[in-house]
Unconditional design. Structure first.
Ligand SMILES: Cc1cc2nc3c(=O)[nH]c(=O)nc-3n(C[C@H](O)[C@H](O)[C@H](O)COP(=O)(O)O)c2cc1C
Length: 240
């Protein structure tokens, strides 16, 4: 099979724009709520009192490296708050949009952040959802999930030693309703911006991080009890 026969090539071609083709005709996908929230869950309030001193930004860029050998060390609530802020903290309001630390195509913010807290001095271990509007973590499942998450990440054992694991899903309709299938490109760009913020913030805080793209999608979606329109697309570990 040649490159042109792959789904990847076909997708890129199908979603290309040109002066001759200003977009493909597709069935319209109805828009969905820009926020996912768990109103009945126990919430842990996150906070940013002041930004800590950090190394020079370009030094941070030059030092960033994917690291996997973690010490199972606890993170403080402050460190977790700063990481979540870097991922999806609200930094502005424009009409109905809550603008964030990372950019988003059309300000549609299709990405949801889940956080597995493995080791923290202040938060009990468990799976949490980052609630954007009140900057809090909603507790979804109690307990250390490092082992099961490493199994779901194709057996990559280092996930078990990370202090926290970011899990990013996409609510596809938020972006596809505006951009059609081309929106899928933007969704992956959106999540990469978010992940890079977390990787650089980790380095700034003296922590180490690693992006994770290898995982069993279906089982991970089931583990997080996501419905059909939402799917995990990226993860990252952070630790000491
Ligand atoms: C999209 C993407 C997916 C990745 N998935 C994994 C992964 O599943 N496991 C892993 O150990 N590293 C993963 N990595 C990290 C790469 O192996 C790493 O970035 C690469 O070796 C370059 O090294 P550096 O990040 O230290 O500069 C991923 C990186 C990217 C950008």
């Amino acid at each position: 099979m040649g490159l042109k026969e792959t789904q990847a090539y076909q997708f890129l071609k199908f979603t290309n724009l040109s002066l001759k083709n200003l977009g493909i005709r597709e069935a319209v996908v109805p828009p969905v709520s820009p926020f996912k929230e768990y109103p009945d869950a126990k919430k842990i309030k996150l906070f940013i009192d002041e930004f800590p001193p950090t190394p020079n930004f370009f030094e941070i860029l030059s030092k960033r490296r994917s690291k996997r050998g973690y010490k199972r060390a606890p993170l403080s609530l402050k460190e977790i708050s700063l990481l979540c802020y870097s991922a999806q903290g609200v930094t502005g309001i424009a009409g109905p949009y809550l603008l964030r630390t990372a950019p988003s195509a059309g300000a549609l913010y299709p990405i949801e952040t889940y956080l597995a807290v493995n080791f923290s001095s202040e938060i009990e271990p468990g799976i949490y959802h980052l609630e954007i509007r009140d900057f809090s973590l909603a507790l979804l499942k109690k307990g250390y999930m490092g082992k099961i998450l490493s199994e779901l990440a194709l057996g990559q054992a280092f996930l078990g030693g990370a202090s926290v694991i970011f899990i990013w899903s996409a609510v596809l309709s938020r972006t596809i309703s505006k951009y059609g299938s081309r929106g899928l490109r933007y969704i992956f760009m959106d999540v990469a911006h978010i992940c890079q913020n977390v990787l650089l913030a980790s380095e700034a805080l003296g922590l180490k991080a690693c992006p994770v793209g290898a995982f069993f999608d279906e089982e991970l979606n089931k583990f997080l009890e996501l419905d059909n329109g939402e799917s995990v697309i990226y993860m990252a570990t952070v630790g000491k």
